[in-house]
Write a protein that binds this ligand. Structure first.
Ligand SMILES: [Zn+2]
Ligand SMILES: [Zn+2]
Length: 152
């Protein structure tokens, strides 16, 4: 499925915020590993979700929109695929051995017993970063999907 960049079903301020990468990703936002947020009709949306809904079609309530390109800011529908939550979790949570055994998070916080949060992922998740992430959520549509897919 191909969607043309600049398709008029999305407003111009959507396209003007995207960065097209060499891999063909349409990146929304400036955080490398975060979902992009997008304001439309007075509401904050997950940019990839709203792009799919407007450019491809409705998303069934029990489906997550998965990034086939593994690039979270990407909103290119050709890189997205609605999948069941189960599949999305499986894909998101297959960490490398290195990640599974890490002692520090990607930002360098030590993963002591006090600094990990309970989660479904098979590796330690940094509490400090998790709290930061919750605090920064204002610009996003946070729903269960985003929560489950969150990864520090
Ligand atoms: Zn992509
Ligand atoms: Zn951390």
């Amino acid at each position: 499925m191909t969607v043309t960049f600049g398709d008029t079903r999305m407003p111009e301020h959507f396209w003007s915020k995207l960065t097209v990468t060499a891999r063909g990703c349409w990146e929304m936002g400036n955080k490398p590993d975060a979902y992009g947020g997008f304001w439309l009709d007075g509401k904050a949306h997950g940019a990839h979700r709203i792009a799919w809904q407007r450019l491809v079609g409705p998303i069934d309530d029990n489906l997550d929109v998965d990034h086939v390109c593994r690039n979270r800011p990407c909103c290119n529908p050709s890189h997205l695929e609605p999948v069941t939550r189960q599949v999305n979790i499986q894909r998101a949570y297959s960490p490398s051995l290195e990640v599974a055994q890490r002692t520090h998070c990607t930002k360098g916080h030590e993963l002591t017993a006090d600094n990990v949060v309970k989660s479904k992922v098979p590796y330690k998740r940094c509490k400090t970063c998790h709290i930061d992430w919750i605090t920064a959520k204002t610009f996003r549509e946070i729903d269960e999907d985003d929560w489950l897919s969150y990864d520090d």
